[in-house]
Design a protein around this ligand. Structure first.
Ligand code: SF4
Length: 260
């Protein structure tokens, strides 16, 4: 059933797709889409910012790093069409957050259950390395999602950059820093539960490590952390299926109200 909230989320994602705030990334995504990897030569690449994906009523918000050049930037859906996506969606499926364990293309029937996937950055960065200014630019969309996704009770940050980006959206929303235009945008978009201005835990107490989880108080979602399921992490065994499964099981227990 369509709701005002799902309409707002769709509107936001249309703005994301049309966004051109980071010229370096816009150029790079288009270049990758033009040149293509040999094995995808016959495919039409997406080549633009990649919208978030999932259930607007979700209790779990997953924050990734950025689309991969030949993954999300090719298929137009978060974590779709590469090994990171295969790894993540299998784990989400096994934990009950997805209806199937694979993710090939936008029309493959994948649906998330009680889960919504976003990213710190919505354009693929060269060498997977975003610049600080690009992360700051893209933070506005994460802040707006935190405002719109009203049922979120758990946030899973995949990797240190996602972890820092989520905390920056809470501790340093763009309204404190930005131009008048950005301030106009963010005045309406700060995460609702932060507007009450209750103290957050000291920022220095929140450190990224795989398996960590934090209660931020103030009615904010509990924050969970995992290594990012990048090929580098999964192929070297830094992140195994078992390790990600354990984090997702802890989230399920938390959402069901059982002890962690
Ligand atoms: S990274 Fe984000 S802010 Fe930058 S162009 Fe892409 S969508 Fe826009």
């Amino acid at each position: 059933m369509r709701t005002v909230r799902s309409d707002e989320i769709e509107k936001l994602q249309r703005r994301v797709i049309a966004c051109r705030l980071c010229p370096r990334l816009v150029r790079y995504c288009r270049q990758v889409a033009r040149e293509k990897r040999r094995m995808y030569r016959g495919e039409e690449y997406w080549g633009r910012p990649v919208p978030s994906f999932g259930d607007p009523e979700a209790e779990l918000l997953v924050v990734g790093l950025a689309p991969a050049a030949h993954g999300g930037n090719r298929t137009g859906r978060m974590f779709t069409g590469d090994r990171s996506g295969d790894f993540l969606y299998r784990a989400l499926y096994e934990a009950g957050f997805a209806n199937q364990p694979w993710s090939r293309h936008r029309g493959d029937g994948l649906a998330l259950k009680n889960c919504y996937i976003t990213a710190a950055l919505r354009c693929a960065p060269p060498k997977n390395k975003p610049l600080p200014g690009e992360l700051r630019n893209c933070q506005r969309y994460l802040e707006r999602e935190l405002e719109l996704l009203k049922n979120v009770r758990a946030v899973l940050a995949l990797g240190r950059i996602a972890f820092e980006s989520y905390l920056r959206a809470l501790y340093q929303p763009r309204a404190n820093h930005a131009s008048r235009a950005a301030a106009r945008l963010t005045a309406a978009t700060l995460p609702a539960r932060r507007k009450v201005n209750l103290p957050l835990p000291p920022r220095s107490a929140l450190k990224f490590s795989h398996g960590a989880s934090y209660d931020l108080g103030n009615g904010l979602p509990r924050l969970f952390a995992s290594y990012h399921p990048s090929q580098q992490n999964t192929q070297t065994g830094r992140l195994t299926p078992e390790m990600l499964r354990e984090v997702l099981q802890a989230i399920q227990r938390y959402l069901r109200g059982s002890s962690l």
